[in-house]
Design a protein around this ligand. Structure first.
Ligand code: NAD
Length: 359
């Protein structure tokens, strides 16, 4: 059965990097029999310019009907003066909530060839391959009540609510165990169960869910220690499971261990495994149109799509292998360039990866 991918290139470097990811998909289709079709849609500033909204109904329908969404990036200075309700970022948030993409998967991988791009010592980060799984639609960012008020003493106060239902915890825990099962089978759940009742429940439900996955080794860590361990010895982790706020912070910390934003993909999944796949970086207005953006994060997002939605582990491995082989030969876009390597542009990097894919 042919599966459908909605392709939303967005703004800035979005169209440049998505074009390279599409070359990879075309090759998988033509040479490896991958049964997918793609359909392009508008999102973000590009959608606002064309239709007056960053998230047109046609895009929502396209995304709802598709099996997966491939997204470039949204935003840029051109749209910053706009009202918040029509800013490009609203398109992205709208998509996440309409599709109920509650599970955010962010791998932090440091390719051995790029070990000097990290600010940490090579021996600490070489070979790093951590997957952070963050709950994306609940917790303190959405909990009610929230707001600001004056208290009885007439002093201003602000308040938010950290709340998770058992079912919200259980569904993200299932995803985490399933991902761990496809990797090194070690899952570390992050909480603050010594202080917060909500995360005490988190721990309890994760332990219960773990009974369905006896092959996965489960451990727990308080978030303050996890932050320290990520910098001290990040290679101890395989998969980390976190709530929305802890994950927000820890996943950025983990991303920086690798030192190169142009290399990191992400996936956001719903309960049926449908997903939106995108690089973690933004629209990079400073380099837009220069032909130097690194397309690897977007191509790695295609590999994640193959692994988590299209269930084609073999082709996912093949794409990742093609990227590794290209880096092995010394080709680098300017963001990951170092002396002694060969500097290439966006299109050339895409072509080189496709060549390795076919080899
Ligand atoms: P950014 O990620 O766009 O850029 C940060 C820096 O990293 C820039 O110097 C940029 O040139 C560089 N960079 C990013 N991607 C790169 C790539 N593939 N290759 C080489 N270099 C790359 O973050 P920003 O500058 O803070 O934000 C720019 C715009 O993007 C803003 O409008 C912001 O709201 C938006 N944004 C969108 C997303 C998204 O679409 N998911 C995420 C973050 C930011």
């Amino acid at each position: 059965m042919t599966q459908k991918i909605a392709v939303l290139a967005g703004d800035g470097i979005g169209p440049e990097i998505v074009a390279e990811a599409l070359k990879v998909l075309d090759t998988l289709r033509a040479d490896f029999g991958l049964a997918v079709e793609t359909e392009a849609g508008l999102i973000g500033g590009a959608a606002y310019d064309a239709t007056g909204t960053p998230f047109p109904d046609t895009t929502l329908k396209l995304a709802q009907q598709a099996d997966a969404v491939l997204l470039g990036a949204v935003g840029g200075p051109k749209w910053e003066p706009l009202d918040y309700s029509v800013r490009p970022e609203r398109g992205l948030l709208g998509l996440r909530s309409e599709l109920e993409l509650f599970a955010n998967l962010r791998p932090a991988i440091l390719y051995p060839q790029l070990v000097h791009a990290s600010t940490l010592k090579p021996e600490v980060v070489a070979g790093l391959d951590v997957m952070i799984i963050r709950e994306l639609t609940g917790g303190i960012y959405f909990g009610q009540p929230r707001g600001r008020r004056n208290n009885a003493q007439g002093e201003r106060e602000g308040y938010n609510t950290l709340i998770y239902s058992e079912s919200e915890i259980r569904r993200i825990a299932h995803i985490a165990f399933q991902v761990a099962r496809k990797r090194d089978k070690r899952l570390c759940s992050i909480d603050k169960a010594n202080v917060l009742e909500c995360t005490e429940l988190w721990r309890e439900v994760v332990v219960e869910t773990g009974k369905d996955y006896p092959e996965v080794e489960l451990s727990h860590m308080y978030v303050d220690n996890a932050a320290m361990q990520l910098v001290r010895n990040p290679k101890q982790f395989d998969v980390m499971l976190t709530d929305n706020m802890f994950g927000d912070i820890l996943s950025d910390c983990a991303a920086m261990l690798t030192g190169s934003i142009g290399m990191l993909p992400s996936a956001s999944l719903d309960k049926a495994g449908k997903g939106m796949y995108e690089p973690i970086h933004g629209s990079a207005p400073d380099i837009t149109g220069k032909g130097i953006a690194n397309p690897i994060a977007t191509i790695l997002s295609v590999a994640m799509m193959l692994r988590y939605t299209l269930n084609n582990e073999a082709l996912a491995d093949r794409v990742e292998q093609a990227i590794r082989a290209t880096l092995d030969e010394g080709y680098r876009t300017p963001d990951i360039y170092s002396e002694g390597t060969a500097k290439v542009g966006t299109v050339q990097m895409g072509d080189l990866i496709v060549r390795k894919l076919r080899a």
